[in-house]
Structure formats: C-alpha cells, structure tokens
Design a protein around this ligand. Sequence first.
Ligand code: 13P
Ligand code: SF4
Length: 350
Amino acid sequence: MNAQVQEMYEKMKARLANVVPDVELRYKAELAVQINALKKERNAVILGHNYMEPALFYSIPDFTGDSLGLSRKAAETDKDVIVFCGVKFMAETAKILNPTKTVLLPSDKAGCSLAESITAEDVRALKRRFPGVPVVTYVNTYADVKAESDICCTSSNAVAVVESLKSDTVIFLPDEYLARNVARETGKHIIFPTRQEILSGDSGKDTLLDVQMIGWRGRCEVHEKFTLDDIRSVRAQFPDVVILAHPECSPEVVEAADFSGSTSAMIRYVEQTNAPHYLLLTECAMGDNIAAANPDKEMLRLCMVRCPHMNMITMEDTLNALKYNRYVIEVPEEIRVRAARAVERMLEIG
Ligand code: 13P
Ligand code: SF4
C-alpha cells in the first residue's frame, strides 16, 4: 500500500470498520485514490446520492445528498464534468440544469421503476383529458416527461410545490403513494383514472367537482415492499423504537411511522434526536451510511430492500466513467429547455 492509499484506508476504516469488511476497505481505498486522482485531472465533481453503498459514499463524492440537494449542486458547479453516482433521472436533471457540462452516469443500467412507469404521451393524454389543470411531476421521471410538466417536485418539497400552485385541482405524477401522502397532507381528494378512462374522456364515478388531485399508479419497487405488519412486529419487539419512512412508502406505512421525509431529512432526524432505537423504512444502504455516521445510535435493520438501480453504481464503474468518459447523458435541446422550466420553477420555491 502506498502512502496515499494507506491514508485513504485509515480514513475509511475510522468511519466504516463496523459496516464494511476490512478486505473490502483495503481494495476500495485503492480504487478511491485512483478515482480522486482522475477526478482532479478531469476537473470533475462527483455527486453521490444518499443510497450509494458505504465505501463509495464515504470516499469519493464531493457532495452527498437527496435529489433536491444534488440538483442544486449540479446547477451550481463550475467543474467541467459532473459524475452522478445515482440513477439516470438524477443525471438527466443535472444535464437539464447545467447543459454545458459533460454529465456522466457510471452505469447505463441505473434506471428507476417510477421513471419507467410513465411516458410523455401519457402526460399529454392526461392534459387533453383535464385541460388547464397544472401538472406536477416528481423528479423521478425522465426529461421528456418533465418537459410536459408545469413544475417538478422532490420528496422534500412536494407539499410546498402543490400548495404553491394555489389551484383547486392538480395532476400529480407518477408516484401513487407519494401522491396519496401529499393528498392526505394537503387535504385533497385524489383519483387515479385508468388509461381507458383518460382516453375515453370518462374519469369513472368521480366528477371533476369533487376531484382535487389526479394521480398515476407508478410505484417505487423498493418502498412499496414495506408493510404495516413490518411496523407492528418491530414495535412489538422494541416499543420505544422511532420509525422513519420515506414518502414513497404507502400512506398506511407513513401514517404509522413517527417521521416521514426525504433521504436527507431522515439523516438529519437521526443526527438531531436521541432515541433508543431507530428503524428506517427505505433503501438499506442508507441505513449502513447512517449507522456509520452515528456509531452511538442503535439502528434496527429491515434490510431486505436494496434498490437494484442504485446498486448498479459501483466504484469500479465510477473509475471507468472517468477513464473512458461514459456514460454521457444527453438531452435533446428542445426537451431540455421545457424540462428546465419545470425544474427551475421548483428550485425557486426554496
Ligand atoms: P430523495 O429525493 O428523498 O433522495 O429520494 C430519491 C429516491 O429515489 C428515493 O427512492
Ligand atoms: Fe427509483 Fe425506488 Fe430506486 Fe428510488 S429507490 S431510484 S424511487 S426504484
């Protein structure tokens, strides 16, 4: 081990000794040194989503955070290259906001079940069916869907975005559970018209008079797995547990939890409180990252759910991304300009 690798290994070990096996730390310390050298050489910035695996999360990103925080960092950076250690819709958002930069996504397989659940044509059909109703889309969508929207939102500002529109009725896409959670918080009645109802102009038994939110049945394949039974069984074993749920979980789960917020909001919550036990109902690498940063706190694991898309981003592929300039994210300019309006409008909300 040369001195630089040794230093990186010691730094990673101090944080991750209880979370990552030593042999893996040694190997990844070497990779981290190579990635950081290449990052400097290429004048790049690395953005790491909170769901990145612990060794990557604590060694190579210049900034870590949730979708909203990383969008802001992407918009602000003056580096030539943005390497997005996250999934495709996040890298696309970086390109939308900072189009002159080269944006790289280390794996071309890092998708998202929510982003896959809806197309731009679906949004156009909804707009034809509900003319004049403003469209809010979750950032977990691709650029062409964002381009059809009035404004975007993330898990940390969805309620504020909906309220900012001051509209009796909004179309909220594509996450069914996030929509239901936002509807509950804003006191709106929500419907989910089928494709058939959208195309036929019939929205079932509901009339627009009593409809205040129109949703779509997209689901996060990770968060939909958590159930009320999970919460009941953990509370039976640990009555003093504090349960945190991402708003992509079902409304029943969110309601039965003690706190719900974006990935960064959950991290802050654990940092700033002192409960005897915490249970995180979200992607499980983040549980490891929080456990590593808070060794004095007891994190109960319900670690059955790793996001298969986030899991595609490895340190090996991040090194190759910088070495071979891949995978370059491109967004056609006509789509980018319209998508940028929706994302920038969201960022203005603060
Ligand atoms: P956050 O915006 O809370 O980081 O969530 C992104 C995501 O994909 C959660 O599954
Ligand atoms: Fe998409 Fe769910 Fe993975 Fe987040 S955790 S990237 S919403 S599939």
